[in-house]
Design a binder for this molecule. Sequence first.
Ligand code: SF4
Length: 357
Amino acid sequence: MVTATALAEDRYFVPRTAAITAAQPVLDAAEHAALVARIKTLLKERDAVLVAHYYVDESLQRIAEETGGFISDSLEMARYGKEHPASTLVVAGVRFMGETAKILSPEKRVLMPTLEAECSLDLGCPADAFRAFCEAHPDHVVVVYSNTSVEVKALADYVVTSSIAVPLVEWLRDQGRKILWAPDRHLGDYIRRETGADMLLWDGACVVHDEFRSRELEKLRKDHPLAAVLVHPESPRDVILQADVVGSTSQLIAAVQNRPESEFIVATDNRIFYKMQQAAPDKRLIEAPTGGHSATCRSCAHCPWMAMNDLTSLAETLEHGSNEIFIDEDARLKALVATQRMLDFAAEHRRRVVGDA
Ligand code: SF4
């Protein structure tokens, strides 16, 4: 029998964010402006729209805003792309986000600045091993996080985002269903504690959120006693337990905007600060610690794969129509069914489905 624990070994290479950003071309102000202008022209010429995740570099988020594109989480990016009239979607993010866009918009061309941008949750949950795990527990309903490949989504009964996961699992619990959850163990543990549901957890983790450290966070809170602590639920339990707000990316941005505090300690990818600061310009944002006495950071609060999206790769993709996303049609249709069940659940319960990594 395949177990989640057996798959917890580090089987994939995780690049360091600092090495990736150091390898990117350094542009002076004139080169930067010329490249941005070229990208804007190409977007028009190619009938393309740029949809960017909150975790990509500010320069890409800015272009998305200035050209009628969109910045959000993976599901909202895909939904926006589906509704937009452009025939080409350029997805600045990681591979599963391009796949999600293609699942919802099969008739459109979906391009990405790089196809090398992966996600440790996706990499840590290969479809063959996950299929064996599901087959070993046939009495469980399979619920997977959106940070998975199209092949894993095709094996699921439900695909969920971090903002809808708790109510959907509560609903399944009330029907007496046992749940098999993948891939993030911290988010799964959080959902299980919130709902009391009978859940089996896959043993994956996000390389960014897994690095937030509770002991250092305790010290930082002492230095900023009036700050509210905002935590994404892909973070370890001891970090989540110190949170004033646990939520998806969109929910954390809303918290900065709506809460009365003037200081916030934020435990998620620091590129989200661009939209947070825009939503609440007078508020002070402080990165939650990933290093210190008990840790050294690999990502340092910025996803190494998100960092692979830069202006040069975006321009090249638009210039040459490269890095197109193709997915198997049978897997797409199955993944669409599991995704649509979440959307239907959300509509029924009058909840707005937003948010994931
Ligand atoms: S931040 Fe974490 S969950 Fe998001 S893409 Fe990077 S590795 Fe995956």
